[in-house]
Ligand binder design. Structure first.
Ligand SMILES: C[S@@+](CC[C@H](N)C(=O)[O-])C[C@H]1O[C@@H](n2cnc3c(N)ncnc32)[C@H](O)[C@@H]1O
Length: 210
């Protein structure tokens, strides 16, 4: 997803109370950014944010943290959160590689990975968000009863993720090969999910715990 560069993006994010500092001063203290202390669920790679915003609307008893590395994308999400006056979402401008520097042990109860970039070339496999390098980071911050939920339309990435999580010793609670064939009412479609489903692609979903 390429967005036009917005030179004012950092000031805008800072002004609106989202987390853009990079000195890890809030590590282990994400709750301090929310009005109520409640479970933390995280989406990595929010894109335009429709998933996390709908989750936050449906579940006011959960605090949502959106991680996105592109500031030009993230400000669009901040604008939507502001419009809807949601106080249970915070957005963090961060590369998921650095999660463990910014979040404490067992701080997060769920991690959503939605339509993560597939990085099809073998030499780029370390960049896939389900590569063991990323799983190490997720494990460190994940609550012992938490799990990772991953959706994609990319069969190769899905198979890679199953192998990667299996080799890592994760337990699968769910593996669905055609989510929209009998779509569960709790499923919230992302922007990419709608786009790929309209093209006739199957949507895969898994849930796995450490
Ligand atoms: C293909 S888009 C999917 C967006 C959205 N989740 C959806 O399903 O519509 C992937 C998003 O993940 C973000 N992303 C990719 N790698 C990331 C990383 N290492 N840390 C944080 N965000 C990342 C990209 O900037 C992009 O916005």
């Amino acid at each position: 997803m390429r967005m036009r560069n917005k030179p004012w993006a950092m000031d805008f994010l800072n002004e609106h109370g989202h987390i853009v500092d990079t000195d890890s001063s809030y590590a282990g203290n994400i709750q301090g950014f929310f009005p109520s202390k409640q479970s933390i669920h995280m989406e990595i790679g929010t894109g335009m944010g429709s998933f996390i915003i709908e989750m936050a609307k449906r579940n006011p008893g959960i605090n949502y943290v959106g991680i996105e590395l592109d500031k030009n994308v993230l400000i669009r999400v901040v604008e939507k959160v502001k419009e809807q006056e949601l106080d249970n979402i915070k957005l963090v401008l961060l590369d998921a590689r650095k999660l463990e520097e910014y979040f404490g042990e067992e701080e997060v109860e769920r991690i959503y990975l939605n339509f993560s970039d597939p990085w099809p070339k073998n030499r780029h496999e370390k960049r896939r968000l389900t590569h063991e390098g990323f799983l190490d980071g997720y494990r460190k911050i994940m609550h012992r009863e938490g799990y990772v939920e991953f959706k994609t339309d990319n069969r190769n990435l899905f198979e890679f993720s199953l192998r990667s999580m299996n080799n890592y010793g994760m337990a699968f609670e769910e593996v669905i090969l055609d989510l929209h064939a009998d779509e569960p009412p709790e499923n919230i479609r992302t922007e990419y999910e709608n786009k790929f489903s309209a093209q006739g692609n199957k949507i895969y979903r898994l849930k796995a715990s450490f």
